[in-house]
Design a binder for this molecule. Sequence first.
Ligand code: NAD
Ligand code: AHE
Ligand code: ZN
Length: 375
Amino acid sequence: MKTRAAVAVQAGRPLEILDVDLEGPKAGEVMVEIKATGICHTDDFTLSGADPEGLFPAILGHEGAGIVVEVGAGVTSVRPGDHVIPLYTPECRECAACLSRKTNLCTAIRSTQGQGLMPDGTSRFSLDGQKLHHYMGCSTFSNFTVLPEIAVAKINPDAAFDKVCYIGCGVTTGVGAVINTAKVEIGATAIVFGLGGIGLNVIQGLRLAGADMIIGVDLNPAKQAWGERFGMTHFVNPSEVGGELVPYLVNLTKRGNDTFGGADYTFDCTGNTNVMRQALEASHRGWGKSVVIGVAGAGQEISTRPFQLVTGRTWMGTAFGGARGRTDVPKIVDWYMSGKIEIDPMITHLLRLEDINRGFELMRSGESIRSVVVY
Ligand code: NAD
Ligand code: AHE
Ligand code: ZN
């Protein structure tokens, strides 16, 4: 069949809106009509050419929601008509990683997913007979897509697609980083670096967890009001701090008779490796946990003095907020439906697929929090 898609033809070039060919689902696969998709910074990271796993031509997009329209042989957990969110972190419930209960990083299909292919090693997408790569196993910048059954989460059919698509990445990553990865406790102090589509969800996760002090750090002054909207208690613009940022933050987090200072938890939501170091070093001596969420380009590395770790800080990272997609995503949709978490105000722009490149520009300029393409 034909489907309308935004194709990443080459790194660094705007997406092209084209009618592409899509094969139906094979055994263990499902075809989904994508109703809405968010544009995440990671899509832009890959489009820029910085992603060591980036493949072209490809259909990007990994933050979608839609309806199952067809299932392949042997599919039992979903059927046509079900509302689903595609999962770039699948959950097979059978691999060593899933069974370990120590990680959400299911390994069942990771190698073919990283090669832009379905688990059988082929692509369902093509254009004029030429293969198009899948992206992060999702390719939600196509009106119809095919995914493995283990990579879809069945959700409440009353949930609005143009809102809950954001749970496909940004919301789950931010809120999950707080709850699943850092395991923040009531009364904690925290610093969030980067108040974009991910950082604001870390902030609302911290509010949900009951953190006392939630410091937001961003170079864009417009992000102060955004942070406060979701529970930030203090805002720091590094360009307005007279001296070094880390000592400033450490001092700001001193409480009671604590002579050291530093936050109990820090989160990098920028993808900047210098900021990752600042985040680690602004966490508290002895017990601070610093969570890397941002994704950095090929060749980039993080560094710090080993002393920072010897003195009790933990440097950790999270993918998809540590969420087990088929289990946790339906619950997060329910949290949204019951008002536990907010999504609507963060969806700043609704766009048609034809205008998807504008969504990338809005993100690069810091004007949007999330742009959502509605099919
Ligand atoms: P975004 O562009 O919406 O937000 C980034 C924010 O960081 C902006 O507000 C920007 O002003 C701020 N910023 C940039 N440089 C800064 C600096 N030096 N100091 C302070 N603030 C700075 O991006 P996003 O969608 O929120 O994504 C953030 C990062 O998280 C990206 O690297 C993205 O690829 C990554 N990400 C990771 C996961 C995961 O599972 N680990 C999931 C989604 C996104
Ligand atoms: N291909 C990149 C990896 C990028 C990355 O770390 N992706 C995150 C999700 S970002 C969503 O917006 C992730 O899930 N990582 C786990 C995994 O298995 O990729 C690179 O740097 O090579
Ligand atoms: Zn993402």
